[in-house]
Design a protein around this ligand. Structure first.
Ligand code: FDA
Length: 397
């Protein structure tokens, strides 16, 4: 009989984040001997900082249409098999209070720590081990499995699950290691870029909008055929808030954004009616009724809209309406991975099984979570993908 060393595991998972921990508990409950390795000092750091400290842990309305990927059908199977209701059932089983903020977006009532605690408890109950502060120095194939050389010794496993996330927020431990592993085993990695990220502006516009820092208003922003109607926030660096974060995932350098500052209202019709009914009224007055005061004032100053509406010709009104319903701006860029919530692109899913997340011609190597080319919209979809892909791999590895 061959002795099995204590450093031999059925499953090793690289990355103790949302996807890795979910996968670990799932595989552990199947009786697999599981080890999670991570180089950071604490597990689940992004869970802790997510949702403003309250973790938007899922979205009850999540569908495959809420995800971007070069292979849009890939996410369907995993999302169907592990739904937001499954995760909600887990949250409720652990007695964690939650609140629904915007439609379908579920947050912890108290703290993100509760979600991390659920995952750590599940790992504990399932017998999965977690080792933090472990640097992985090399991975090689051995005995139909893998051998990992690390800063704390050598480990061997039958199945290897790569769950080391994307490049966003390097200060939280993000690295491109998952992509390196994919390339080492001959997989294609699609170009990556920052997603769900604030925009930066050209110096002139940034200066003009600087006094508005902190002002938020509901807008509808469009770019490349996608539109989002959500709040926009002006910051001292540029434009942020849910509307801007959402559209950033569809924006490419050089593209213009079209921002409707009065969604659902036709400024042209409103101003023409106002000119007829109250000719002494001004654009400034109209703006004050529809936008936050500081924003209305700054917009008016920016565009030099002066005098009573009776002095405005139809073409003048159309110009004002254009600026309000179709404000075109060209961001200079985004804040990049430093503040991005997610990384777009990654391991090409055409090479993975949509059922198990295993590499097509290598059934014991899995990629899950953000490292793969599946990126959700804002609103709890990214965690739902982490849970669903983690369960898919954990049920097979
Ligand atoms: P995740 O990044 O969680 O975990 C990867 C793990 O791998 C980390 O523990 C890391 O230390 C480890 N690792 C990396 N490189 C390694 C290496 N070389 N060696 C060993 N270990 C390594 N989503 C959502 O649905 N709702 C929300 O409210 C939010 N809010 C939010 C806020 C902020 C500020 C950010 C940055 C992100 C969000 N997200 C979110 C996105 C969400 O956090 C993200 O989609 C998931 O954490 C991805 O889970 P993963 O497990 O794939 O990666």
């Amino acid at each position: 009989m061959t002795a099995i060393s204590s450093n031999h595991y059925d499953v090793i998972i690289i990355g103790a984040g949302a996807a890795g921990l979910m996968c670990a508990a799932t595989a552990g409950y199947r009786g697999r001997k599981v080890l999670v390795l991570d180089h950071a000092n604490k597990p689940g750091k992004k869970i802790l900082m997510s949702g403003g400290g309250r973790c938007n842990f899922t979205n009850l309305n999540s569908t495959p249409a809420n995800f971007l990927s070069d292979n849009p059908h890939f996410c369907i199977s995993a999302l169907k098999r592990y739904t937001p209701h499954h995760f909600l059932e887990l949250v409720e089983r652990h007695g964690v209070e939650h609140v629904e903020k915007a439609a379908g977006q579920l947050f912890c009532a108290d703290s993100s720590k509760d979600i991390l605690q659920i995952l750590l408890t599940e790992c504990d109950w399932s017998g999965a081990e977690i080792r933090m502060e472990t640097e992985i120095r090399g991975i090689s194939e051995a005995n139909n499995g893998y051998r990992l050389t690390t800063s704390v010794g050598t480990f061997a496993c039958e199945s290897l699950v790569v769950a080391c996330g994307g490049l966003s927020i390097p200060t939280m431990g993000a690295t491109g290691f998952g992509y390196d592993i994919a390339r080492q085993f001959g997989l294609k990695v699609l170009p990556t870029r920052a997603g769900l990220v604030p925009f930066t502006l050209q110096p002139a516009l940034k200066e003009q909008l600087a006094p508005l820092s902190g002002v938020s208003c509901p807008v509808e922003v469009s770019c490349n055929g996608m539109s989002f109607r959500e709040p926009m926030l002006v910051t001292h660096r540029g434009l942020s808030g849910p509307a801007m974060l959402q559209i950033s995932s569809f924006w490419q350098p050089g593209d213009e954004l079209s921002i409707d500052l009065l969604p659902g209202e036709s400024a042209s019709e409103n101003l023409q009616t106002l000119r007829k009914d109250a000719p002494q009224s001004t654009v400034a007055k109209y703006l004050n009724q529809h936008l936050p005061k500081r924003f209305a004032q700054a917009l008016n100053d920016l565009n030099h809209w002066q005098g009573p509406l009776q002095g405005y010709k139809n073409t003048d009104i159309e110009q004002v309406a254009d600026a309000l319903n179709r404000w075109h701006i060209k961001p200079s860029g985004t804040e990049g991975y430093r503040t991005a919530e997610v990384t777009l692109g990654g391991v090409d899913t055409h090479q993975l099984s949509s059922k198990t997340m295993a590499v097509n011609d290598r059934s014991n190597l899995y990629f899950i979570g953000e490292v793969v080319d599946v990126t959700g919209h804002l609103g709890g979809h990214n965690f739902q993908w982490a849970w669903a892909s983690g369960v898919a791999a954990g049920s097979d590895a």
